[in-house]
Design a protein around this ligand. Structure first.
Ligand code: ADP
Ligand code: ADP
Length: 225
């Protein structure tokens, strides 16, 4: 687990567009923070800079006390969950969830244990031998989360993980994500444009607009304003 600290983070794309402007934000160890705001406000760019998928133009990013501005994504010890589940179609749920660990040459018995533990947490225990094509959207999204969990990352970064799901599934998955957070207590930064997700999921909500942080507070605090 780890604290994530953004200090004066700015992103200027090569075409000159400033997507994120001088953002200061501290996500405490174990905290679940939501980045919310309209399309184009800079949420994904912020998340991608934390992940290391976009370079930081200005400012300092620390994960677990270490400056990681120049570290490759794989050296940041974080796991990203995207809205497109990007599961490998030819692999079973078990193989999908264990794949990163297999690449890292983790012991087979350990992989098995971690995958089965994650499947229990995510209610996927009965589906371990299925392929993605035979799963519902919600189940696929849970496999994508399972893939992140088994790596025991310092932090989870989630970019609109529920936006491909229908309304009913979104509600179910919100509950599942809350349970997951309570159980694992892993530092999480979660991007959404959905007000309901923002108000129900996070410990704290960061409202962005035009690349700036406009407001930061607990859901209750923001609701009361
Ligand atoms: P959000 O995730 O809140 O929808 P983004 O972080 O994707 O917002 O985008 C923030 C701003 O940066 C937008 O104005 C967008 O058009 C711009 N932007 C995003 N990616 C690029 C890019 N690769 N090159 C230039 N501008 C970009
Ligand atoms: P590789 O398998 O070589 O890491 P990928 O195509 O899977 O390549 O990933 C492209 C980039 O995104 C890589 O730099 C990788 O480290 C990063 N990346 C891939 N998956 C994740 C993830 N779950 N979390 C964070 N970064 C990731």
């Amino acid at each position: 687990m780890a604290e994530i600290v953004l200090e004066g983070i700015t992103k200027r794309y090569p075409d000159g567009a400033v997507a994120v402007r001088d953002v200061d934000l501290t996500v405490a160890d174990g905290e679940f923070v939501i980045l919310v705001g309209p399309s184009g406000c800079g949420k994904s760019t912020t998340l991608n800079m934390i992940a290391g998928l976009e370079d930081i133009t200005e400012g300092t990013l620390r994960i677990g006390g270490q400056v990681v501005n120049d570290k490759a994504p794989k050296d940041r010890d974080i796991a990203m969950v995207f809205q497109s589940y990007a599961l490998y179609p030819h692999m079973t749920v078990r193989e999908n969830m264990g794949f990163a660990l297999r690449l890292a040459k983790v012991d087979k018995a350990v992989i098995r244990e971690k995958v089965e533990e994650a499947a229990r947490i995510l209610d996927l225990g009965d589906h371990l031998d299925r392929k993605p094509a035979n799963l519902s959207g919600g189940q696929r999204q849970r496999v994508a989360m399972g893939r992140a969990i088994v790596r025991d990352p310092k932090a989870f970064l989630m970019d609109e993980p529920l936006s491909n799901l229908d309304a009913k599934l979104r509600v179910q998955m919100r509950t599942q994500i809350s349970r997951l957070q309570q159980r694992l207590g892993t530092t999480t930064v979660y991007v959404t444009h959905d007000q309901t997700e923002a108000m129900t999921l996070g410990d704290r909500v960061v409202v962005m607009r035009g690349g700036l942080v406009q407001q930061v507070g607990t859901p209750q605090h923001l609701y009361d304003q």
